[in-house]
Write a protein that binds this ligand. Structure first.
Ligand SMILES: CC(C)(COP(=O)(O)OP(=O)(O)OC[C@H]1O[C@@H](n2cnc3c(N)ncnc32)[C@H](O)[C@@H]1OP(=O)(O)O)[C@@H](O)C(=O)NCCC(=O)NCCS
Length: 420
C-alpha cells in the first residue's frame, strides 16, 4: 500500500499522499490540501517546500552528493566538458560525438548579437557592474525576437533558443567587459571551444590550454544546482510563458545578490580586506559571528549542504593545480586556506554545519586566470545558463504545467476607511 500522511485539523483528518523520488527522498503531496481543508501552508524562505519534481539534478546536502542526470559531479568534472555537460543536462542524455558537434556548431552560429545591442553596450557607463549590463542586454534582446512566443514554440525551437542564449550570453558578457576597459568587442571564433572562445573574446590574447581547461571545469561545476534562488526565479518568471530572454535576465538579477552568486565576488573582496588590513583569522571570525554585525564569512554555509559542498572540494583541488601550473603565488589562497582551517574547528561553524561552498575558492582561480573580480558572477551566470534553461524547458514540457503562483496569509490592517 502506498504511504500516506495524515493531517488532523479539529475533528477532520485528511490523508495526503507521500511522493517518493528516485533517490528515495520523500515529500508530502499537498496538491489537494486547500481544496479539502481550506488551509494553505506557510514556509518562509521555502525551507521545506519542494516547488516541483525534476529529473535534472540530485543533491544530498547531508552527504555532500551532487549529480546531474544521474552522473556524479566528480566524474563529469574530470572526464567531460562544459558543452557536453550542458547537452546532457538539457537533453537528459550524453550526446554522441556527432550530436555534440552539432550542439557546439549551433552555439557558434548564434555567437553574435544585433548591431543595436552592440551600440547599447557602448552607452553604459564604463564602471557599471557587468551583471547589471548583462541583465539589461538580455532583456533588450527580447525586443529583437518579438515572434518568440513560448506557447507556440516546438520542442526543437525551444532547444534552439537555449543554444542561441548560450552563444549570445558569451558575446554580451565579453563585449560589456571590453567596453568597461575602453576596448572594442572581439568577434567569436567558431574554431575555438566554448571556454577558449570566451577567454579570447574577453582578453584578445592567445589562450593558454590550461587556463581554458580550468575555466571549463569551473563552468561544469556551476551548470545546475536544482531549485536555488536564480533557478527558481527562472522557473517563476518562465511559468508565465514570458519571453525566454526576459526570463534569463530575471535569473541573472537573482544570481547577482551576495547571498547567492554574488558571493564569489564578495569572498575575494573579503580576502583582500583581510590581506590589506592584516586581520587575524580568529579576529575576523569573531566579527562574522557577532550577531550585531551584518558581516558573514562569505563563501561559507549553504541552504542545502550541511556537509562539504562537493563542488568546493573539486575547486580547492583545482585551485592548487591551476596556480601551480600557471606559476601563480597568491597570498589570498593562503588566507583562504587558513580561514577555512580555523572556521572548521570553531564551535560556531561546527554547530551550524557551515562548510565552504562553491564560491569560497572559485574567485582565487578566476583571479589566477586573469578574470577581474566584478566579472566573477558573470562567469557563474555563463556556467548556470544551461541549467536554468534545462529547468525552464522541463517545466514548460511537464504534463500538468501551471503558472507559479504561491499563496500568502494576510496579516495587515482590517476594514480601514479613508473617511473623506
Ligand atoms: C548561503 C546562506 C545564505 C544560507 O542561508 P540560510 O540557509 O538561510 O541559513 P541562515 O542564514 O539561517 O544561517 C543559519 C545560521 O548560521 C549562521 N550563518 C550562516 N552562514 C553564515 C556565514 N557565512 N557566516 C556566519 N554565520 C553564518 C547564521 O547567522 C545563522 O545563525 P543563527 O542560527 O545563530 O541565527 C548563508 O549561509 C550565507 O549567507 N552564506 C554566506 C554567503 C554565501 O557564501 N553564499 C553563497 C551560497 S552558495
Amino acid at each position: 500500500m502506498s504511504e500516506k500522511a495524515k493531517l488532523t485539523l479539529g475533528d477532520k483528518t485528511i490523508e495526503l499522499p507521500v511522493f517518493t523520488g528516485t533517490e528515495g527522498e520523500k515529500a508530502i503531496d499537498i496538491t489537494k490540501l486547500r481544496a479539502e481543508s481550506g488551509y494553505v501552508t506557510i514556509d518562509s524562505g521555502y525551507m521545506n517546500t519542494g516547488a516541483c519534481t525534476s529529473a535534472i539534478t540530485f543533491l544530498d546536502g547531508e552527504k555532500g552528493i551532487l549529480k546531474y542526470r544521474g552522473y556524479e559531479i566528480e566524474e563529469l568534472a574530470e572526464k567531460s566538458t562544459f558543452t557536453e555537460v550542458s547537452s546532457l543536462v538539457i537533453t537528459g542524455k550524453v550526446p554522441t560525438a556527432d550530436e555534440l558537434k552539432s550542439f557546439e556548431a549551433k552555439i557558434a552560429e548564434h555567437s553574435k548579437i544585433p548591431a543595436a545591442i552592440e551600440t547599447m553596450i557602448k552607452a553604459f557607463p564604463k564602471d557599471a557592474h557587468p551583471m547589471g549590463v548583462l541583465s539589461s542586454n538580455l532583456s533588450a534582446l527580447s525586443a529583437f525576437y518579438p515572434d518568440l512566443l513560448v506557447q507556440d514554440l516546438t520542442e526543437a525551437q525551444r532547444s534552439d533558443v537555449i543554444l542561441q542564449l548560450m552563444g549570445q550570453l558569451k558575446v554580451l558578457a565579453t563585449s560589456a567587459y571590453r567596453h568597461s576597459q575602453g576596448q572594442s568587442a572581439i568577434k567569436s571564433d567558431p574554431k575555438l571551444d566554448y571556454c577558449s572562445d570566451f577567454i579570447h573574446m574577453m582578453t584578445g590574447k592567445e589562450v593558454d590550454k590550461e587556463v581554458a581547461k580550468a575555466l571549463d571545469i569551473l563552468l561544469i561545476l556551476h551548470v545546475d544546482h536544482e531549485q536555488n534562488c536564480s533557478t527558481s526565479t527562472v522557473r517563476m518568471v518562465g511559468s508565465s510563458k514570458a519571453n525566454p530572454f526576459a526570463t534569463v535576465s530575471a535569473g541573472v538579477d537573482a544570481l547577482w545578490g551576495p547571498l547567492h552568486g554574488g558571493a564569489n565576488q564578495a569572498v575575494l573582496e573579503m580576502l583582500e580586506e583581510i590581506h590589506k588590513e592584516g586581520i587575524g583569522y580568529k579576529e575576523f571570525l569573531t566579527r562574522v559571528k557577532d550577531k550585531n554585525s551584518s558581516s558573514r564569512l562569505m563563501g561559507f554555509g549553504h541552504r542545502v549542504y550541511k556537509n562539504f559542498d562537493p563542488r568546493a572540494k573539486i575547486i580547492k583541488k583545482a585551485c592548487d593545480s591551476v596556480l601551480a601550473k600557471l606559476g601563480v603565488k597568491d597570498p589570498l589562497l593562503d588566507i583562504a586556506r587558513g580561514l577555512e582551517e580555523v572556521a572548521l574547528q570553531d564551535p560556531y561553524f561546527v554547530e551550524r554545519k557551515l562548510y565552504p561552498n562553491v564560491d569560497f575558492y572559485s574567485g582565487i582561480i578566476y583571479r589566477a586566470l586573469g578574470i577581474p573580480t566584478n566579472m566573477f558572477t558573470v562567469m557563474f551566470a555563463l556556467g548556470r545558463l544551461p541549467g536554468w534553461m534545462a529547468q525552464w524547458k522541463e517545466m514548460i514540457e511537464q504534463p500538468g504545467f501551471k503558472i507559479c503562483r504561491p499563496r500568502q496569509i494576510y496579516t495587515g490592517e482590517l476594514n480601514k476607511k479613508l473617511n473623506r
